[in-house]
Design a protein. Structure first.
Length: 301
C-alpha cells in the first residue's frame, strides 16, 4: 500500500520501524533506553512490530535516579516480565557512591542531570554503539535540532553543528572507535500522536498518567508531588489536588498538572486544547534558557 493511502499514524509507525531496522542493520550492540514513560512504551511496541516474530534484538537500559515514582518502576518490571526481554538497570546512586557523580546541594536538589554520568558509564561498560531513545522534536527547542541518527563523540557529547545530513531516508552510522549514536525513531511524532497511538494499540501505561488525588506543592509554577525527595521551603505547604502527569521522570523535577482526565479519550481531548508543552511542567528545563541543550551537549538523553 502506498503512503498516500496510509493514516498519519501508520506513516509514523512505518517510519519509526524503518529507523529501528536500520539500527539493527548498521550497529553491533544497540540498546533501547527505557524509563517506563509513555514514549519508551511506544518504542517497545514499535520494536516488537519491527522484529516480530523474533524477540527484541537489543536489551532495555534504564538509568535509575533512585528518585522515581513507585508506579513507574512497578510498571517497568511488569512490562519486562510480560515481554520476556532483557532489562539492564544502572543506578545514579552507585555513580555517587564511587565518586563518579556528586549529589546536588541547595533547596531543590535533583539527580536528573547526574543521569548523564551513569548513562555514559553504562554505554562504555556494555560497549553500546547505538542507544534508541523516545525523544521527539516537538518536546523542546533543543530536541528540535536533533537528527534521527544523532552522532556523539568519544566523550558522549553532542555537537548540534556537526551532525550528518539525512536525505531520502539515508542514515549514516559511520563512527570512529569510542563514538556512538543516539537514535530517535519518534522524532517526527507529537505528544498527540503518541497518545493516539497508545489508544489505537490499547497499550498499558502507568497509572500516574491518569487523573488521581495526590499531595503536591506549588513551586515556581510547577506542581511537585509529595515524595521523600522533596523538602518544603519556608512558606510552602502540600495541598491535596486532582492531578495527572503528562511526562514521567525524576520526581524531584517532574511536575504534575491539574486535570480530571481519567481515560485515554479525555487525555487526548485535553492535549488537543493544551497551550503549554508537556515539558512545561519540568522544573529542570526552567533552570536556564538553554538547560536542555547544555545537558545534551554533556551527553544527556
Amino acid at each position: 500500500m502506498s503512503s498516500y493511502h496510509l493514516t498519519h499514524l501508520a506513516q509514523l509507525e512505518h517510519e519509526a520501524i524503518f529507523v529501528m531496522r536500520e539500527v539493527a542493520a548498521q550497529f553491533e550492540r544497540p540498546a533501547l533506553l527505557f524509563s517506563g514513560g509513555k514514549d519508551s512504551i511506544v518504542m517497545v511496541r514499535l520494536a516488537q512490530k519491527a522484529f516480530a516474530p523474533a524477540r527484541l534484538p537489543f536489551p532495555l537500559l534504564h538509568v535509575d535516579t533512585g528518585h522515581n515514582f513507585p508506579e513507574t518502576i512497578a510498571f517497568r518490571d511488569h512490562l519486562v516480565e510480560s515481554l520476556g526481554c532483557r532489562l539492564i538497570v544502572r543506578r545514579v546512586e552507585d555513580s555517587i557512591r564511587v565518586g563518579r557523580a556528586q549529589e546536588e546541594k541547595g533547596p531543590n536538589p535533583s539527580r536528573n542531570a547526574l543521569q548523564t554520568v551513569t548513562l555514559l558509564d553504562a554505554i562504555e561498560e556494555f560497549r553500546f554503539d547505538a542507544c534508541l531513545g523516545g525523544a521527539r522534536r516537538d518536546e523542546e527547542k533543543a530536541r528540535a535540532k536533533e537528527r534521527f541518527f544523532s552522532h556523539r563523540d568519544e566523550f558522549g557529547q553532542w555537537d548540534p553543528k556537526n551532525q550528518r545530513p539525512e536525505l531520502w531516508n539515508l542514515f549514516n552510522g559511520r563512527k570512529h572507535p569510542g563514538e556512538h549514536f543516539r537514535v530517535f525513531p519518534l522524532s517526527n511524532w507529537t505528544e498527540m500522536d503518541v497518545w493516539q497511538y497508545i489508544a489505537q494499540e490499547q497499550l498499558e501505561i502507568p497509572s500516574i498518567y491518569f487523573s488521581h488525588r495526590r499531595r503536591a506543592v506549588r513551586r515556581q509554577g510547577v506542581l511537585l508531588a509529595d515524595t521523600p525527595f522533596i523538602t518544603l521551603l519556608e512558606g510552602e505547604a502540600f495541598e491535596e489536588l486532582t492531578v495527572r502527569f503528562r511526562t514521567v521522570g525524576d520526581a524531584t523535577c517532574t511536575g504534575a498538572v491539574e486535570s480530571t482526565a481519567s481515560t485515554l479519550e479525555e487525555i487526548i481531548q485535553e492535549v488537543a486544547s493544551a497551550r503549554v508543552t508537556e515539558r512545561g511542567a519540568r522544573a529542570d528545563d526552567r533552570r536556564s534558557e538553554t538547560a536542555m541543550e547544555d545537558r545534551k551537549k554533556a551527553g544527556y538523553f
